[in-house]
Ligand binder design. Structure first.
Ligand code: SAH
Ligand code: SF4
Ligand code: F3S
Length: 460
């Protein structure tokens, strides 16, 4: 596999410096998942590398980039709403450059729509164009190009050494693989992100070491399906091997990862989490549905029984482990009985947290051609029932933690004045009174109670 190394873009930096009287400002907003947010950090890194400063409002910006998500219709509508609102800004500030990138830009229909209906958008590039951004900007500002709307591309290689400007100085995203080969029938991701490509373990390890050395406490390994890490690499390595390799790096940190696919999550993975102190005792294992019939229609390649068996194994091997999941409500043809299967499954597993979505039709996917007779009203009713069952489960699990003393990573302010919010290794959140200087470090907190699904505690 070819690996492209990003070369420091001196030429682009010189051009940007010449073009603007003072360093230009960029506003970059990421709308999607953690991979998308990490791409946003790389976009900011590349822009900083060629002389852009960052700003937090579109009004101040000389360059506005929307890094988009296509996973559900709602995500796309939000982006179009935000883009539409920029028309006025462009009128007042003709030199303003407006760009759209990310997963939406990987769809030809979206690029066409921008071309026709959003003439004030100057640049469109997909998920594989981050390292070419300096060149695009140069063509736009100095080449007098009116608009550069790239057609979606797929790249088979892995781009290493892209500059990055991370949003946090104690929590970091670390992609280990890109793309997805699973083609779940509802999902657009394989079409917009392309085929699975794993990074070489040596490159991951090098970045991991840099993060630990820079003082990062929480490192989250990212991929659409981390459990199939290693596929297609010359080296013989799987995800558990990679975790074991990373855990050899000395330092004060912990590891999270997402997302796992149940069909590839193995007992070996559970044993690895059990054996390694640095890996958090939390597993995000999206199940999507509790009906075997629907799981087959979704092309998920596991049954409810197989899923539950793995969860039971994890509960047995990893004391205190918590689970979270993604659920789709109202997949085409989902019956009341199918839905009740989902309720039964969530009761059996006892999830600490659920990310729930009403099925959204994505054109080009297989499910988009399946008959979908269920009304919107039925779907929203099912969603409400699901949320109420889950709320009860989570409240009880959270309340049961009271009395323990746990190490937490302090993340920021809590909801009440003077409080901070920290995350336990099992991914629960606790609020407690303490000095803001603790943010970004570990603290020991005694858990005294809960409010909804958030714990209350006292600093030890
Ligand atoms: N690769 C990850 C998640 C990718 S998308 C995984 O397999 O778990 C995140 C979640 O969005 C999915 O788990 C699914 O629950 C939801 N999702 C994806 N496509 C969707 C659609 N068309 N409608 C509703 N929810 C969807
Ligand atoms: Fe989408 Fe399925 Fe791939 Fe996840 S595993 S990104 S849900 S196709
Ligand atoms: Fe959305 Fe793309 Fe992530 S479609 S969920 S931003 S991979």
């Amino acid at each position: 596999m070819e690996i492209i190394h990003f070369e420091h873009n001196k030429q682009a930096a010189e051009l940007v410096a010449k073009w603007y009287d003072s360093p230009p400002l960029a506003y970059v907003h990421s709308f999607g998942c953690q991979q998308n947010v990490n791409d946003g950090e790389k976009i900011k890194g590349v822009l900083a590398d060629i002389g852009y400063g960052m700003c937090d409002s579109v009004e101040e910006a000389d360059l506005i980039l929307f890094n988009t998500c296509a996973v559900r219709e709602h995500a796309e509508q939000r982006v179009f709403g935000n883009v539409g609102a920029l028309k006025r800004l462009k009128k007042d500030k003709p030199g303003l450059i407006i760009g759209l990138c990310g997963c939406m830009a990987q769809q030809q229909s979206i690029v066409d729509k921008i071309r026709e209906s959003y003439p004030f958008v100057d640049i469109v590039f997909g998920v594989n164009g981050i390292d070419t951004l300096p060149q695009l900007l140069c063509e736009k500002i100095a080449g007098n190009k009116k608009r550069i709307l790239l057609t979606p591309t797929e790249r088979a290689e892995v781009v290493e050494e892209t500059p990055i400007r991370r949003d946090s100085n104690f929590r970091a995203w670390l992609p280990i693989m890109y793309g997805c080969d699973n083609f779940c029938t509802y999902c657009i991701v394989p079409y917009v992100r392309g085929r699975e490509r794993s990074r070489r373990s040596a490159d991951i390890l090098a970045e991991f070491k840099e993060l630990v050395a820079a003082g990062y406490k929480e490192i989250t390994l990212l991929g659409q399906n981390v459990n199939s890490y290693g596929k297609g690499l010359e080296e013989q390595i799987d995800f558990s091997d990679l975790l074991n390799l990373l855990c050899t790096v000395p330092g004060d940190y912990h590891i999270r990862f997402m997302t796992s696919h149940p069909k590839d999550a193995s007992r070996k993975l559970i044993d690895t989490i059990a054996a390694q102190d640095k890996i958090c005792n939390h597993l995000h294992l999206p199940v999507q549905s509790g009906s075997d019939r629907i799981l087959a229609q979704m092309n998920r390649h596991y049954t409810v029984a197989q899923y539950l068996e793995l969860m039971d194994y994890a509960k047995e091997k990893i004391p205190g482990i918590t689970f979270s999941s993604d659920i789709i409500v109202g997949f085409p043809g989902e019956t009341e009985e199918d839905f009740e299967g989902t309720l039964e499954l969530i009761r059996k597993v006892g999830y600490m947290q659920l990310f729930t979505f009403i099925y959204s039709k994505r054109s080009g996917t297989k499910a988009a051609t399946m008959p979908d007779p269920i009304t919107r009203k039925e779907k929203t009713d099912r969603m409400a029932r699901l949320l109420s069952v889950q709320d009860e489960i989570a409240r009880k699990l959270v309340a049961d933690m009271t009395g323990q003393t746990q190490r937490v990573l302090v993340e920021g302010s809590g909801r009440d004045e003077g409080t901070l919010s920290g995350r336990l290794t099992n991914n629960l959140v606790v609020e407690f009174t303490a000095e803001p200087s603790l943010v970004g470090s570990y603290a020991m907190v005694h858990l005294t109670g809960s409010r909804g699904t958030v714990l209350k505690g006292e600093l030890v």
